[in-house]
Design a binder for this molecule. Structure first.
Ligand code: PLP
Length: 405
């Protein structure tokens, strides 16, 4: 049995895996067992912000592993405290709760919101169309995409989906019973969609009027990926709660809920918790990651290489207007909206030894390591050009053969 057959035999069939037998990672490259090097432009789905094998992350993990791997949240743990210090200083938020994953952070944020709104009778929670917040029931209840919800209802009561960037839908549905609006300022899985300035301004005004919570899901866009620490920093609105994960743990499972002062005393001892959340090894890796991102230039690089990559992709759009509809995104969170199903294109890129992810079938999503160089960005763009040429020749061949028939 080869690795593909073994996977198919042993696992529930939840993942459409890429058939590469991975041996190791090096910087922004993934290397298979036969020694082929692939430029990885989706970095473990926006997790590996510093690429693979970053020496600072490895050193932090090794040091902590020698001390203790787990002691439980009954104990004060230096790696947790150091990470919280840095996270709070970098974010300006007041309190933190550490989790194992994105969806767990989202679930916790919904619980935090529920408790906060209890005394004032606020119960309604809104998500937006096109969003993705995770696979557990609370997250799914506010995820606005049928593909993920199909077959899993009923969802949490008092949860509703509003239309993304639809001013009227927002105005008509927000009122004094509104508890929270959960949103990705830049939707990742949904195809790199940016919330509009007009929508954000209205959301801010409505919050002022009705006193509800804005929960920003920065699980994909946070921790420097967009060239700023959080995606919402581009929009001039401070949410009440932020959830982060993915890049936070430097590749180890780690997420966080951050809240503003008004939420300081909502959780009380025993009212929320986790066995593994805030694992000390993950926290040590996370602190090293934050230091590299904030102090050693990775976030700045995300901004400059991101601008460069976007410019090059826009140039490509100018050269292939019949194939590319739009280039969207900020920093190193970019989407190329194709005018055709892009799954074959991603396979063609893989032939050119470049890995990109496709979302919503027609969007090529670029979420590479934040340390990507301009030269590596060029390699990605040229592979895309080769793929587009191949797509055009295939389309021409198809057209000619149908003329002959
Ligand atoms: N929210 C967003 C914006 C995400 O992109 C994801 C994962 O892709 C999640 C939530 C869920 O995170 P996790 O898979 O760690 O539960």
């Amino acid at each position: 049995m080869n690795f593909v057959e073994k996977e198919s035999q042993h696992f529930f069939h939840t993942y459409k895996r890429i058939p590469l037998d991975i041996d190791r990672g090096e910087g922004v490259y993934l290397i298979t067992k036969d020694g082929t090097r692939y430029l990885d432009l989706f970095a473990g789905i926006a997790v590996n912000a510093l690429g693979y094998n970053h020496p600072a992350v490895i050193a932090a993990i090794m040091e902590q592993v020698q001390k203790y791997i787990h002691v439980s949240n009954f104990f004060y743990q230096e790696p947790q405290l150091a990470l919280a210090d840095r996270l709070i200083a970098a974010s300006g938020f007041s309190k933190v709760f550490l989790t194992n994953s994105g969806t767990e952070a989202l679930e916790g944020s919904l619980k935090l919101a529920r408790k906060w709104g209890r005394s004032s009778g606020k119960t309604t929670i809104f998500g937006l169309t096109g969003s993705f917040h995770g696979r557990t029931f609370g997250s799914l209840s506010i995820t606005g995409r049928e593909k993920y919800r199909d077959g899993y209802d009923p969802f949490l009561p008092n949860t509703y989906i509003l239309k993304f960037n639809d001013i009227d839908d927002l105005t008509q549905n927000i009122n004094e019973r509104t508890l929270a609006v959960v949103l990705e300022f830049i939707q990742g899985e949904g195809g790199i969609n940016l919330v509009s300035r007009e929508y954000i301004d209205l959301l801010a005004r409505l919050r002022e009027q009705f006193d509800f919570l804005i929960i920003a899901d920065e699980i994909q866009s946070g921790i420097g990926r967009t060239g700023k620490f959080f995606g919402f920093h581009h929009f001039g609105l401070t949410p009440d709660i932020v959830v982060v994960a993915k890049a936070l743990g430097g590749g180890l499972p780690l997420g966080a809920i951050l809240g503003t002062e008004k939420l300081d005393n909502v959780f009380t001892p025993g009212s929320h918790g986790t066995t593994f959340g805030g694992n000390p090894v993950a926290c040590a890796a996370g602190l090293a990651t934050l230091q590299e991102i904030l102090d050693h230039g990775a976030m700045k690089n995300a901004e400059s290489t991101g601008e460069y990559l976007k410019r090059r992709l826009v140039e490509l759009m100018g050269q292939y207007p019949e194939l590319i509809q739009e280039v969207r995104g900020l920093g190193l969170m970019l989407g190329v909206q194709m005018k055709f199903d892009a799954n074959q294109l991603a396979e063609d890129l893989r032939e050119s030894k470049v890995l990109v992810n496709v979302t919503e079938n027609t969007v090529l999503r670029f979420v590479p390591a934040l340390i990507l160089s301009k030269k590596e960005a060029d390699t990605g763009v040229e592979a895309l050009r080769t793929g587009l040429d191949r797509h055009l020749s295939a389309a021409r061949r198809h057209q000619q053969s149908s003329i002959h028939i």
